[in-house]
Design a protein. Sequence first.
Length: 322
Amino acid sequence: MEKTERKLTGALRTIADYRETTLAIILMMMCVLLTLATDSFFTDGNLFNVLKQATLVAIIAVGQTFIITSGGIDLSVGQSMALSSIISAYSLKAGYPLVFCVLLGVMISVFVGFANGVLITKLKLPAFIITLGMTNIVKGVILILTEGNIVSISNETVIFIGQGNVGPIPAMVLIMLAIVILCTVLLNKSVFGNQVKSVGGNETAARLSGISCDKVRILVYVLTGILCGIAAIIVTGRVNGGNPNSAGTYDMDSIAAVIVGGTSLTGGSGTIIGTVLGALLMILIRNGLVLLRVNIYWQTVAVGMVIIVVCAIDAFTRSRKE
């Protein structure tokens, strides 16, 4: 009997040690509670709406996961996505081929990421400072290009990417799933992924083992730029154009999703699946509060409290393990 109890206790501790498992359980419990508390939560329309809202956060947060795992941070992801969307919309409106417009938009966000990486590695300044400055530069460029006006498009393919379905599943959700699978393999099963973790965990040891830390740091910002460009195409189709205000709070939301998902803010370890679950948790909380008709200001307070509580629990768990 005692052996059985020990095995059960050990199994429960093992489950609790994995942030992804804990988040999945929390998500399921929240779904059950919201289903019981409201009539409109467990409906096809609302569930797909939650997935759509989480998709953009998740795609950007996947890139943020690589950056934070490497020991950095990026506050410019929202504005990078917005600028990419604006450039793509202008190109589409001018009548250029779709492929050219998409690639141009992605290359713009890649350039922003590349600039971040180069400035951080060459100037030896904190990533927080560089990306905060880049946020303001890109935001200024957006306002200069648009004067605050929306750039409307009518391209059916782009609109389908943002609004269409493949069967019952939104196209944007399928794109997100493909990105999650590829990036999970890249972070956990590739040489590059191991180098990212090494640089974030102990940069000195990484250098001594022959890893080019500057190159790795630049590449993670470039990768994030690619993902911001993909998110930009989706958001362009979703709102039928380039919106200078589309950056929203994606920078903070992506960081929150990464931290809530279990990636260490000090670098060295990261989880893509946890990041996606973290993004879903953030959106689910907001969706539930809206359905429960909670004041919008209190919604912001609630999300902030969840971030603090989850991170506090994580810090306590890590200290217990040590």
